[in-house]
Design a protein around this ligand. Structure first.
Ligand SMILES: [Fe+2]
Length: 297
């Protein structure tokens, strides 16, 4: 990986070859890259964008015009694309592109609606949870429907030392079944085949970022069933306390959507949620892609 400073300067063989036009999304967290056209970006620009992503938790690129092929190709430059457990809301011929929408065409919803409205991290019920989530705004309401992203590194650093010591080394059971059967929206029982396809997994409560070792709280309130070695209630109370801490305003970037926005967050060091919008008055269509991550450590 190239060296890159916070201003987005990539150094290859000691020479800065590409300078991206960047600014922080909020002090100390997140980055916006300006004046790039992803449909025509050259390889060096793409490398600089990838490096910027790995170091900033959340990355915004506005005013993009990408076909599904171009969107998938751009996302695949970060790593292997994850296909979705649910197939019914994907773009035709693109099982890796999941549609989030309230639109109904020919009597059928075209996408998942009000997905992810509680604080979570994507796909933590997998052995290799998502590394990054990309959302692309196709149609967005003029108000509300913001996406909130919390800085789990900044929050970890701000924890009292006593709490850091208490939670050091704790392991948590994440369960797709628990997530699906207890969630507030879209709650349902899994089929026997789905249960076989999605065995429970154990992940550390604190994880290290594989690129630079920064530590983050690894939280996903819906999928975390229990803390190993702790009574269920005590474990859930601990998870809630940590989730409440991470999701304080001071750690949150609130994204207000425009058509053409590409928003990517690093699921290894953030927690996120969707918010509601007036779905009787407005329509929304977003594309979501996941890149596979590594096993958390
Ligand atoms: Fe999500």
């Amino acid at each position: 990986m190239q060296n890159l400073d916070k201003n987005g300067v990539v150094e290859l063989n000691g020479q800065a070859t590409v300078t991206l036009d960047t600014r922080e999304l909020k002090p100390g967290f997140g980055v916006e890259i300006m004046n790039v056209d992803l449909a025509s970006a050259d390889e060096e620009t793409l490398k600089a964008i990838i490096d910027t992503f790995h170091r900033n938790g959340v990355m915004l690129i506005r005013n993009q015009h990408l076909t599904p092929d171009e969107l998938s190709a751009f996302t695949a430059s970060f790593g292997e694309l994850e296909s979705n457990i649910l197939k019914q809301f994907t773009v035709p011929d693109h099982p890796e592109i999941y549609i989030l929408s309230n639109k109904v065409v020919d009597g059928k919803p075209i996408g998942a609606h009000f997905d992810g409205v509680t604080w979570h991290t994507d796909a933590t019920y997998l052995e290799r949870p998502a590394m990054t989530t990309l959302l692309y705004g196709i149609e967005v309401p003029p108000e509300e429907g913001d996406t909130l992203i919390a800085d789990a590194v900044g929050a970890f650093n701000a924890l009292p030392m006593e709490t850091k010591t208490k939670i050091d080394g704790l392991q948590v059971l994440h369960s797709y079944r628990y997530f699906t059967e207890t969630r507030e929206y879209g709650r349902r029982q899994l089929t026997e085949q789905e249960k076989l396809d999605t065995p429970d997994v154990v992940h550390p409560l604190i994880r290290k970022h594989p690129v630079d070792g920064r530590k983050a709280l690894f939280l996903s309130t819906g999928a975390m069933q229990r803390v190993l070695g702790m009574p269920d209630e005590e474990g859930r109370a601990l998870i809630k306390k940590l989730a409440d801490f991470v999701t304080q305003d001071r750690f949150i970037y609130r994204h207000k959507w425009q058509v053409g926005d590409i928003l990517m967050w690093d699921d290894r060091c953030t927690v996120h949620r969707a918010t509601f919008y007036d779905d009787k008055k407005y329509t929304r269509v977003m594309y979501r892609l996941w890149v596979k991550g590594d096993r958390p450590f």
